[in-house]
Write a protein that binds this ligand. Structure first.
Ligand code: NDP
Ligand code: MG
Length: 393
């Protein structure tokens, strides 16, 4: 029996890489549903190639366009529309695996639907855990869902840990070392980054990714979000995690043990490795990634992050320590600030300023429900948006 997969965010960078891996193993996997948002042409091509039962988009206009294109191509994929439809194809009885690869807060609700339905979830959408980690992990426990990290660093740590159910200290773990490439502006001072352009910010030296996460990698907010993500995934405190800058992006993260051993996972910087690992876990399958040639790489460097030039990392680590809904506020204000930077309304270094200002204007509360998380998220978004109106160029 082939396992049936729903890919949330099929038209994005992770979605495309997931389809690439799946297409190498059509004997093992079949596509149940694909979702997209604005890239309707790409979604049409993906539906023709992979014949999912359902394709999901958000707006009715996109749904009509997609329906017409698929009908013309003779495809029998059914087009659904709206946020509820995303949840339906994530929790459907026939689905075995859900790849959660929508970017940002929009991914939270459908990913939680997959969790509540007890699916095997391949988690790329780190923002869901940052916003609602407590509720998310509790829902995983209750439903018995299998949560596998796709984010390369977390996938690496998962591979370096001994077993799923033991706590870190029971396993003899003293520290998790989270790799960071340092992004395109590694080595620059805050002053030197004032006038960097959108094009420079999204041009990551090692990884090819969507625009939002590329900007997050350039500010190091991505590493901050990943620190929070790691706390939830591995039941770690922020003090048990060190960020290490490793510009070659070959060592994807490491786990340090009480006996002095350090176990690392290495590989070429290609997301198809963690995707294939999570997809086939506990087995191993071919991902299409070239074999790592250490002779060719020759050297691996490690340095400490420059927290002064990249304040987003400290803001995230403070939010992790503050707990409650501070990470949700951090995430929401960052999403608004990154979009304003991509729209060329604010400068690169003002992203951190927006997040800092929103965090300091917020009173944090413990979010007891999804509705409470969504309220913190939307309050922080409006605060950040009005602050941007005051400072925009
Ligand atoms: P992309 O921007 O390339 O893709 C995002 C996907 O989400 C697209 O399919 C997009 O549709 C869809 N989407 C965007 N907005 C909405 C919305 N409001 N409602 C529904 N769907 C929406 O991002 P990535 O693939 O790079 O990243 C996806 C997630 O994975 C992020 O959370 C990121 O942090 C995480 N991640 C990514 C890595 C990478 O290497 N790319 C590595 C580790 C984690 P469309 O394009 O059709 O508009
Ligand atoms: Mg990562």
């Amino acid at each position: 029996m082939r396992q049936k997969i729903t890919i949330l965010g099929a038209t994005g960078s992770i979605g495309v890489n997931t389809l690439d891996v799946i297409s190498r193993h059509t004997d093992k996997y079949s596509v149940f549903a694909l979702s997209g948002h604005q890239k309707i042409n790409l979604l049409t091509i993906q539906c023709i190639e992979h014949s999912p039962r359902y394709a999901v988009v958000i707006d009715p206009e996109s749904a009509s366009i997609l329906r017409a294109k698929l009908q013309e191509a003779g495809s029998d994929t059914e087009v659904l529309c709206g946020v509820d439809a995303l949840s339906d194809v994530s929790s459907h009885n026939d689905v075995d695996i859900v790849m959660a690869a929508i970017v940002g807060a929009a991914g939270l609700v459908p990913t939680l639907s997959a969790v509540n339905a007890g699916k095997k979830i391949l988690l790329a959408n780190k923002e869901a855990l940052v916003m609602a980690g407590g509720l998310f992990m509790q829902a995983v426990k209750v439903s018995g869902a299998v949560l596998l990290p796709v984010d390369s660093e977390h996938n690496a740590i998962f591979q370096c840990l001994p077993g799923a159910s033991q706590g870190l200290s029971e396993s003899g773990v003293v520290r998790l070392l989270l790799s960071a490439s340092g992004g395109p502006f590694r080595g620059l001072t805050a002053e030197q980054m004032i006038d960097v352009t959108v094009e420079q910010a999204v041009a990551h030296p090692n990884w090819s990714m969507g625009r939002k996460i590329s900007v997050d990698s350039a500010t190091l907010m991505n590493k901050g979000l990943e620190l929070i993500e790691a706390c939830w995934l591995f039941d770690a405190s922020p003090d048990q995690i060190d960020v290490i800058v490793h510009p070659q992006s070959i060592v994807h993260s490491l786990v340090q043990y009480a006996d002095g051993s350090v176990i690392a996972q290495l590989g070429n910087p290609d997301m198809r490795t963690p995707i294939a690992h999570a997809l086939a876990w506990p087995e191993r399958i071919d991902s299409g990634v070239a074999e790592l040639d250490l002779f060719d790489i020759a050297r691996l460097d490690f340095t400490r992050p420059d927290l002064e030039s990249f304040p987003c990392l400290s803001l995230a680590s403070d939010a992790a320590r503050a707990g409650m809904d501070a990470p949700a506020v951090l995430n929401a204000s960052n999403e608004i600030a990154v979009q304003a930077f991509l729209d060329r309304r604010i400068g690169f270094t003002q992203i951190a300023a927006v997040v800092k200002e929103t965090l300091s204007a917020s009173i944090f509360n413990e979010p007891e429900s999804l509705a409470a998380v969504q309220e913190s998220d939307s309050k922080a978004r409006s605060y950040a948006a009005s602050f941007i109106l005051k400072i925009e160029r």
